[in-house]
Ligand binder design. Sequence first.
Ligand code: PLP
Length: 502
Amino acid sequence: VKKAQVPILLRRSGPPLFRQIADWFRGQVANGELGAGDRLPTIRELAAALAVNRSTVQMAYRALEADGLVESRVGSGTRVASTPAAADGPATRPPAPGVFRPRFSPGAQAAFTSFLSLEGHSHPTGDVIDFSRLVPDERLLPVKAFTSCMNRVLRSHGGTILGYGQHAGNEALRELLAARLSRSGVPTTAGQILITSGAQQGIELAVRAFAAPGEPVIVSSPTYHQVIGLLNGLSLRTLAVPSGADGMDEAALIRALDSGGGRLVYTMPTFHNPTGHTWDVTVRRRFLDLTGVHRCPVVEDDFEQDLRFRGEAVPTLRALCPDGRVLSLGSFSKGLFPGLRLGWVAGSEEVVARIAALKRFSDLSSGSFLQATLVEFMRTGAFDEHLAGIRVLLERRHEAARAAMETHLTRLASWTLPDGGYAIWIAFRPGVDTRALAHLARDRGVLVAPGFLFDPEGSDRSHVRLTVSCVDEEQIPRGIEILAETASELARRRTSSASLFM
Ligand SMILES: Cc1ncc(COP(=O)(O)O)c(C=O)c1O
């Protein structure tokens, strides 16, 4: 039995490390370097040889196993499967008797790979300073007021509220949302709104409405990480266009649009995730002009629409381009709570009707009881009251973070100063590998989201997303101090031993 060599990894650029490792072994099997029964190094051996985390190797092996390329058995380690599946695709080998080897669609495989790349970065619970999660602070949720609304809804509607409800969503909720959107400058009717199971479902439905498998979708880089996996799962091609406070890079956007890319563009012009950037009105107009040349549909993800804590609201893309080309998405997850799984899509009736049809055959309807409760919660004024409280708190937490970053991080990094939302994007100076930083900081009780998660290429090593949603003002300075200490230690280590965290 031949023992495998080890791969050489591209640490500064290239796909996530686990994917590089898995792809390397795929190549070894495809070109015959490794054959049936050959043993792969143990997780511990390979992690040590490559100076990577064991979980990285574990993820790579799990991905290979899912593809039917290797088999793991307790006691005999990981070996190339007795009849390995085609190294470049889903499992094709005949199943061994008594073993069901499913043949997955390319989308399911691709989504699974994306899922594994996120899995190692899920958050442990316990005594940590958690700057990694973009969710409201559980301690501040209006549990009591919401409970009263639930009880009132059940008392007044009885069983009638517990059915499927309307496919497009609760009519009263759509009317309330239409009124809110109209007040904010985009005349909207209830018929132009579809209630979705969160903005995430809105993104999926919008993408499916305009793009077929294999077709390209333009996204900003960096972008919301769950969109990368979503597009992979739908077998769509991701065209990443570098993007910053001044919008998408014009030359790259034009190239993407001209090359026939752009069945649609997915954007977050307000409180972008992960950067926190908000495009000003000039940038928005220019973006709409450029995409307008190709009549390219635009999805405007306005997921933190209620979380501006300073400055004037900027007109939405949909307000600036009311001809139906822009579809806007909203969410109750960030202003209220994500367990509702409620959001919406707003656009022209023609587009919303297609998306509503896709949704109907996808999940029939979103939970009707919680929609009715939400209507009650909004009508009593509790929602606006809650939002007002959140905005005050958000401003304080952002201010605490700004002050702490100025004290501890000035020599090591620069950062964004968003006017709303939860996220701050920190750019570290060369020499600080943020993947290593996130690992080390985690060992010291501070969680941040490393930039590569938001990079469609998976290669960003210089940014970190820090959110202030779940950390007290009192804890923020200490968390940032630990992050800064860890970063400067990495910078020092890098100058003394260049190899370890390259
Ligand atoms: C940019 C962006 N869009 C959409 C979502 C998903 O929101 P929802 O919980 O409404 O599905 C998130 C969640 O973090 C997000 O960051």
